[in-house]
Structure formats: structure tokens, C-alpha cells
Design a protein around this ligand. Structure first.
Ligand code: DX5
Ligand code: ZN
Length: 222
């Protein structure tokens, strides 16, 4: 099952819920929420209160924690309505603990890898995740160019992961890059700038969905 997840980092924060609703009305079943702490990555962005503001729209919240020691924040994001909680393998020495802490809240555990992190980093926890996020830019900012070497890494990740594990791409995803990522095994496509910087975000969402080969409306994740 393939899905496109609009990244609300690129939305107009003054109209956050309205912009998210517009994409849900256009067929988005997943919204990607980027949490940055000013340490793991330089910028500061959102926190649990922003997830609270987005709950109840009928979309699954895919919460990307670009924060140090993410295990300390799992409960707060789960309580704020997260559906999937993504932790970075580079952000804690306790990756296994963090993923299981996510599982215990009832959320889907996901592991993110920076571009410089070897695909092999998923090997020891491949049975503990529902999703792996392959960063296709360096984390921290929207609007960056897709890193072409990501395609080979995606193929290697796909061979390391059980079939049921979703493979997510994040960074520089647009009409051009979504198709090659799908061919390399990606199933969840995060797009920020390519949707919200367009004059007609729902139309951009539809074009990227078509490029990614998204089929019938997705089954809901719990
Ligand atoms: C970057 C974030 C991305 C970002 C992607 O660190 O993790 O989710 O919103 O933005 P675009 O689609 O503009 O590359
Ligand atoms: Zn992200």
C-alpha cells in the first residue's frame, strides 16, 4: 500500500488546521509532522501541542522526532494524538528501548536513518519496527534537493526489512522523484514544499500520488 503524506512543516502555520483539512479533503490519510529540537538539528519547530491541533481531522499523524533522546518524549506525543512515532537511530544510544516504548503506547514504531547512516543500522531492530524512514535529504529543513544515492540505499533497505514494514522517504519528494523511489521500494512518500508551495496544493498532492503509483484509498492505520 502506497501513501503520500503531506508535511505540514511547509504549510502556513497561521492556518495550520485549515491547510491540513484541505489535504485530508483531497484524500490524504496521513499527515507528516516534523518535530525539531534545536540540538539534533539546528531549527526549532513544533511540539505536542501542534499534534493536538491536528488531531480529529481523520488523518493518521506520522510524527517525525528530530530530537535528541526521543525516548523521553514518546508518551507526550502519543498522548497528543500521534499515530506513528519516528525516532532517529543517530539520536539515542537506546534505539531498541525507544522503539519498544513507542510500541507500548499503542503507536506504530518507526526508525529514521540520516543520509550518512548505513542501511545496515536497521538490521538488529528490523523485528521491532512497523516503518523505516530513509532520509532523502539531511534533516532540518524543507525545500532541499533529493539526494540521488538514496535510490540505491532504498533498494538495500527493502531487502533488509520484512515485507510488512513500510519504507518511507522524506526530503525532496516531488513529481519527478516519487516514481523512482516507488520503484526502489518506498511505500510512504513525504512531500512538503512540492505540495504547500504550489498554488493548488490538492492538485499537487494528486500529481505526486499518481507519480508514486498510489492506488485505491488506503486502509486506515489504527
Ligand atoms: C526535513 C523534514 C521533512 C521536510 C520535507 O528535515 O524531515 O519532512 O518537511 O520537506 P520537503 O518536501 O520540502 O523536502
Ligand atoms: Zn520529516
Amino acid at each position: 500500500m502506497r501513501r503520500v503524506a503531506p508535511s505540514i512543516l511547509a504549510a502556513d502555520f497561521g492556518r495550520l488546521r485549515e491547510q491540513a483539512q484541505m489535504l485530508v479533503d483531497a484524500g490524504a490519510t496521513v499527515l507528516h509532522v516534523d518535530i525539531m529540537d534545536g540540538h539534533f538539528v539546528p531549527p526549532l519547530t513544533m511540539g505536542p501541542s501542534h499534534c493536538e491541533a491536528l488531531r480529529g481531522l481523520g488523518a493518521h499523524l506520522d510524527v517525525h522526532l528530530m530530537v535528541e533522546r526521543p525516548e523521553r518524549h514518546v508518551e507526550a506525543f502519543a498522548a497528543a494524538g500521534a499515530g506513528t512515532i519516528i525516532v532517529h537511530v543517530e539520536a539515542t544510544p537506546h534505539v531498541h528501548y525507544a522503539l519498544n516504548a513507542v510500541r507500548q503506547t499503542g503507536c506504530r514504531p518507526a526508525l529514521a536513518l540520516n543520509p550518512g547512516t548505513p542501511a545496515d543500522a536497521v538490521r538488529e531492530v528490523s523485528g521491532d519496527v512497523d516503518q523505516v524512514l530513509c532520509m532523502t535529504v539531511d534533516p532540518g529543513w524543507g525545500g532541499q534537493a533529493f539526494i540521488p544515492a538514496s535510490l540505491d540505499k532504498l533498494r538495500r533497505l527493502r531487502t533488509l526489512l520484512p515485507d510488512h514494514v513500510d519504507l518511507e522517504v522524506d526530503g525532496g519528494i516531488d513529481e519527478e522523484t516519487a516514481g523512482p523511489c516507488a520503484d526502489a521500494g518506498a511505500t510512504l512518500f513525504v512531500a512538503g514544499t512540492a505540495i504547500f508551495a504550489e498554488a493548488d496544493p490538492p492538485a499537487a498532492f494528486a500529481r505526486i500520488s499518481a507519480a508514486a503509483g498510489v492506488g485505491a484509498p488506503a486502509a486506515e492505520w489504527s
